[in-house]
Design a protein. Sequence first.
Length: 312
Amino acid sequence: TTGNKTSAMVFVILGFSHRPDMKVIFFILFLCIYIITVLGNLIILLVINMDPVLHTPMYFFLRNLSFLEICYTSVTLPRVLVSLLSSDTSISFAGCAAQMYFFLFFGATECCLLAAMAYDRYLAICSPLHYMDIMNKKVCMQLAASSWICGNLVALGHTTFIFSLPFCGSNVINHFFCEIQPVLMLVCGDTYWNELQIILAAAFVILMPFLLILVSYSLIISSILKIRSAKGRYKAFSTCFSHLTVVTLFYGTAVFIYIRPKSSYSLDVDKVLSLFYSVLTPILNPIIYSLRNREVKGALFKMRRKLFHPSS
């Protein structure tokens, strides 16, 4: 049957095979990026776990984010590295579906988690006296768990929907992983309604948390402007700067990739943008949070002193 033929098919991920002369350079570059991303986020996790000063709601969410970034990058980069080393760039139907599921799972979870972090910053600045009462351990756990559950449901829905469609003709995915749009281009027949449903679902998943972030920050900015001293305003804003930078980087490309019609789709442009939000954002997060955060820098200094000067 058609369903059996579809489920038995093998996709070929084009990746960067159009530049065989750059394979070694791409491999070294992506390997360095992957190692730095994993190590950078692992250091953030270790620092937060080891320092009692950082056992607060904000760093609880940052710990979730760092773990998420390690998983997020591990969905795509190891596969890219293997394909650069070998001439075989094929991936099974089930393997492609699994890759898309986990990529969407971690991506959608990050959308929700960034919204939870914005809510945390809103409470810390706008309701500092009630902050610890409202943002207790139970609420933090519920917000984090809700983010992961929401991410799982979104990924499961999208992946099941896309891979239940019939595939025919070309099996070449012009991308470096099983991204929604390149896979959808291989579906038989008119995919207008399928694309519309995916755009609407993506709009809900991406824009709902983004709207919550915008509301939170509009209230935060309003509160900061009411602070009389310039030093007080700077201190309040500096606690949000890292999160705001990460939100801008992540949502800037995600909105452009997913919430637009097929007519504006460009394979080459989207490869670059996908590299940005799937590879570069995870590597930048630990740098942003460690360079702009006094408490994290202090904890890093203490950890380094313990490791290299244990007797002092």
